[in-house]
Design a protein around this ligand. Sequence first.
Ligand code: 5RP
Length: 249
Amino acid sequence: PLRLRRSRRGALACAAALTQDELKKEAAWKAVDYVESGMVLGLGTGSTAAFAVERIGNLLKDGTLKDIVGVPTSVRTYEQAKGLGIPLATLDEQPNIDLAIDGADEVDPNLDVVKGRGGALLREKMVEMASKKFVCIVDETKLVAGLGGSQDAMPVEIVQFCWKYNLQRLQNLPEVSGCEAKLRMDGDKPYVTDNSNYIVDLYFKNPIKDAHAAAKAMEGMEGIVDHGLFLDMVDVCIIAGKGGVEVKE
Ligand code: 5RP
């Protein structure tokens, strides 16, 4: 949407269309409307979730929110939330989460999503599965007709042990046929997750035919820790786009 902004001379000027970051912030702030004092919150990871964490921290500071406990989904989010003074706990300490807010990499029309391009998929899935409500926040660039359709990575977290063996097995899995599997790198070394695992990114030429079948097949493979398909998990999806903010349930 176009914003009206005060110019230096005090007149109302029409600002340019919102940037992608501003859209992410709009979705994040809308999600924070679901937060109530006393809640245990799952705190997501990524640039969109970071706007929500920042907002929660500021509302705690100014007294609008009270008695919040956050359960972070990554070391990165733990550090951000700690810096903002948000009281924190682990899933061991707070296994019943009222509400989780997190971004996504792809969202399909059923609100099934791909997550984990930021590398936090395992903790995100654990925290979001433990949440009564999962609010997913995205800008409209994340919308796809079918998962895998963005032609960008669908991450799979694997153990380090014999990673080439598991990369090959993933690539040859009939349920994800036609994908190209690549070990995620961090410079010249493999990328290591917060849980000391590696990530194999799957790249699809076409959307995955049956995401449930693909998820099930990967879950049955020893050495595969988790995958970025978050199916039947999202309760509310907040999508910020040029035409405004849409809430889908
Ligand atoms: C991290 C994630 C993120 O939520 C996802 O990658 C979206 O990130 P961003 O909001 O920066 O686009 O799953 O593991």
